[in-house]
Design a protein around this ligand. Structure first.
Ligand code: ATP
Ligand code: RIB
Length: 317
């Protein structure tokens, strides 16, 4: 576990991003406008893309320092305690009065598909100035893992500081939003799903095809692209080499957070293994396990479970 005292001396993955409280409702099918539907179950869990990725990196064998912004309410305080108990260093995180912790209402249908409404709350308060004040966290990290659920200017500031300190940034460009080339060029890896790739490039994947959309992203200056394709797996390319990893066939309960689990495990896999292909198998196995259970964080696997799963599928990494 890393804490305030030893953060300066340890190699850790720095995750900067959102924290939410997820209110999850399961239902047979999503309701139409004006329809009242009796659902199947209700659950509350910690969530948010930043927090999910921090937890996925920690559980899959990394040491994580997570910088996030929460409301000074019971959800915010419980979340910080929970992440501390998981061994994550959250000592730089913000707890703000007069703002609520981010909230996500998540519907999950019987196919495991989801639909999410997000109220960012305190996530909006993670401003560039706070990052500049705490830039040592970036300077001392081994790599930085980011998503787009915090203000755009904050992401831009982090990428600029990471470039200044020569730190690798993995950006998961979720939720989808346009991203300027200055940021794209600064990244080590961009991880996108189909919608995110289309939003960044302005192209449609049914017109360009998978290879075309990857070329378009590389054309914008991205060094390494990983395109995730849900149940079809993922593709990596740097313009010279490419690797395609199929998704594992599993009993799908809920795909919420599959991309987050993939990204957290990917960051760990890149540090631990020699090749991108090995890191991608590790991330793909973690994500496959995550879709077999309900909820984003409750379904994030431990390193041992990921390795056992790969073993059970005769994949040696
Ligand atoms: P989310 O927003 O739901 O967290 P995402 O859209 O960012 O996810 P996806 O492309 O849906 O990301 O999924 C990421 C990875 O998770 C995939 O590359 C795959 O390895 C795994 N995955 C997703 N859906 C499934 C599935 N149905 N079966 C097995 N693996 C899956
Ligand atoms: O990626 C899944 C996450 O998206 C959920 O945990 C929810 O909080 C939303 O941010």
């Amino acid at each position: 576990m890393i804490n305030k005292k030893n953060r300066m001396s340890q190699k850790y993955i720095g995750v900067i991003g959102s924290s939410n409280c997820d209110y999850i409702m399961t239902m047979d099918h999503f309701p139409q406008g004006g329809e009242t539907l009796e659902g199947l179950s209700f659950h509350q869990a910690m969530g948010g893309k930043g927090a999910n990725q921090a937890l996925a990196a920690q559980r899959s064998g990394g040491s994580v320092c997570f910088l996030t912004s929460l409301g000074d309410d019971s959800n915010g305080r419980n979340a910080l305690d929970y992440y501390k108990n998981e061994g994550i260093d959250v000592s730089l995180s913000l707890l703000t009065e007069n703002e609520t912790t981010g909230t996500a209402v998540i519907w999950v249908d019987k196919r495991g598909e989801n639909s999410i409404v997000l109220i960012p709350g305190a996530n909006r308060l993670l401003e560039p100035g706070y990052i500049i004040t705490h830039q040592n966290m970036i300077q001392n990290a081994e790599m930085i893992l980011l998503q787009m659920e915090i203000p755009y200017e904050t992401v831009k500031t982090i990428c600029g500081l990471a470039s200044r300190y020569g730190k690798k940034v993995i950006l998961n460009a979720a939720p989808a939003c346009p991203i300027e080339e200055e940021i794209l060029r600064s990244l080590y890896i961009l991880v996108v799903n189909e919608t995110e790739a289309e939003t960044i490039t302005g192209e449609k994947m049914d017109v360009t095809g998978v290879d075309g959309i990857i070329r378009a992203l590389l054309g914008l200056g991205v060094k390494n692209v990983i395109l995730t394709l849900g149940g079809k797996g993922c593709i990596y390319s740097n313009g010279i080499e490419s690797v395609r990893i199929p998704a594992f066939c599993v009993d799908v309960k809920d795909t919420t957070g599959a991309g987050d689990t993939f990204c957290g495990a990917l960051a760990v896999g890149i540090r631990k293994y020699q090749t991108m292909e090995q890191a991608l198998w590790f991330a793909t196995a973690a994500a496959a396990l995550s879709v077999t259970k309900l909820g984003a964080q409750p379904s994030i696997p431990l390193e041992r479970e990921i390795l056992d799963f790969l073993n059970s599928r005769n994949i040696n990494i």
